[in-house]
Write a protein that binds this ligand. Sequence first.
Ligand code: NAD
Length: 282
Amino acid sequence: MADRIAVVGAGQMGNGIAHTFALKGFAVTMIDVSADALARARATIAANLDRQVKKGTVSAGDRDAAVARITEATDLSSAAEAALVIEAASEDPALKFRLFAELDRVAAPGAILASNTSSISITEIAAHTRRPDCVIGMHFMNPVPVMELVEVIRGLATSDGTTNTVVELARRVGKTPVEVRDYPGFVSNRVLLPMINEAVYCVMEGVATPEAVDSVMKLGMNHPLGPLALADLIGLDTCVAILDVLHAGLGDPKYRACPLLRKYVAAGWLGRKSKRGFYTYG
Ligand code: NAD
């Protein structure tokens, strides 16, 4: 059981988390309400592992073993055997509160319930369970198999034991954990999202095209990806959801989402995952 984890939500983050843990020897149960999402996640993991084999960073044997360690389920009760549950469902507070109340009922006593939320309060998520000491933020970066950071967020009631276990697990899967306190957006998205939002304002106000904004930040600030290409990668719906949490939680109008960003989301232009955002894909 110690080496069995469950990942709830098999979208772009969930499949990356499952991939990363399976490659390091953990048995992984991927859970999603959507059977289609599970099928897509399995295909994405296989394709990404193949790419690693081609690059020579993973052996064919390790790829096959990783794939074999991942099972899929559509019901939350399949998390019962896991020592660690990582929730990576959509960035919707009500959804996460409901999921954690339910996970608290089905997970083994003492199992750690972690959320990959980008911005929602870990303290508030934990308050929907009877084990707030075992609830923590484990914020992976996108794409999970390649990004080094895991932001570890302690809620008000998170125990030292839970924190130490999660820090150690992050290291075991080859990541570098950084501990931060539970405030809206933590550190990563409190710093990143205002920059992305400002880049969208530049486009809305006609200051520059998306290509020009991204070129300025890549060539001038040495960012590997411009803020609008990064927004497309994160998902424009997720960007709006994070800005809404920053705005509500910190009460400062500087965090209000740019109307153009909301308009794109209303149009279904969500970035890479819908093949259109500030750029078009595929
Ligand atoms: P996504 O839209 O790609 O995937 C979300 C998945 O959750 C979907 O497959 C959906 O079917 C599933 N889901 C919805 N309701 C569910 C339920 N009740 N039970 C089980 N599954 C359910 O989203 P994503 O980009 O993978 O983001 C997931 C989480 O990770 C969010 O909290 C997001 O803020 C966070 N995050 C995202 C990024 C990023 O770059 N996209 C980075 C770090 C953290």
